[in-house]
Design a binder for this molecule. Sequence first.
Ligand SMILES: O=C(O)CCC(=O)C(=O)O
Ligand SMILES: [Fe+2]
Length: 208
Amino acid sequence: MVTLQGSLLDLGDQIALGRVGEGMTRRHLTHGAWLDVRPGWLTAGDRLLEVLVHEVPWQAERRQMYDSVVDVPRLTRFYAEGEPLPRPVLAQARDALSAHYAGELGEPFTTAGMCLYRDGRDSVAWHGDRIGRSREQDTMIAIVSLGADRPLSLRPRDGGPSIKVAAGHGDLVVMGGSCQRTWDHAILKTSAVVGPRISVQFRVSGVR
Ligand SMILES: O=C(O)CCC(=O)C(=O)O
Ligand SMILES: [Fe+2]
């Protein structure tokens, strides 16, 4: 483990969030699913990436897939509602998203799931976040990415071609509408040499 310098831990003003809606574009998909993409929302996130890689108590993920429990090749940490987030900027991000989407979503973002993809071999297979209310209802899942650009792949569950959305350093991607029910998403493996990527997913209560 690398020992962090004091200056690295003292993030201070070096991390900034832009306005959520600035430069944001909405892409409508089939079946009432949509994506909001806001490039470069979080600036100076390279320091945040490094701090989170070292400070978050990452866990190897085990997940029920079909009839067996398999290793999901990535590390994760889930922050439940009310649990302090590892850096103040993450709470600021969550609250800014809640404010931006208040009218449309009707409830705040409350939980934060964090994933660490150590290199191109780490991935998450095709799935929808359909544990809880999102199985039946529309919801929003807001993802902030740090580090290597590992595109978010999406494909309609009833067939049809997949699409890729850039999820680069500091970018915000929000999946909305019916996206969890009618589309699947994945972070696919890559043979390219890529460094670590962290994603932070903000969800509402009762949705995983
Ligand atoms: O890492 C990402 O951007 C997506 C993660 C994801 O889909 C999940 O954890 O449910
Ligand atoms: Fe997901």
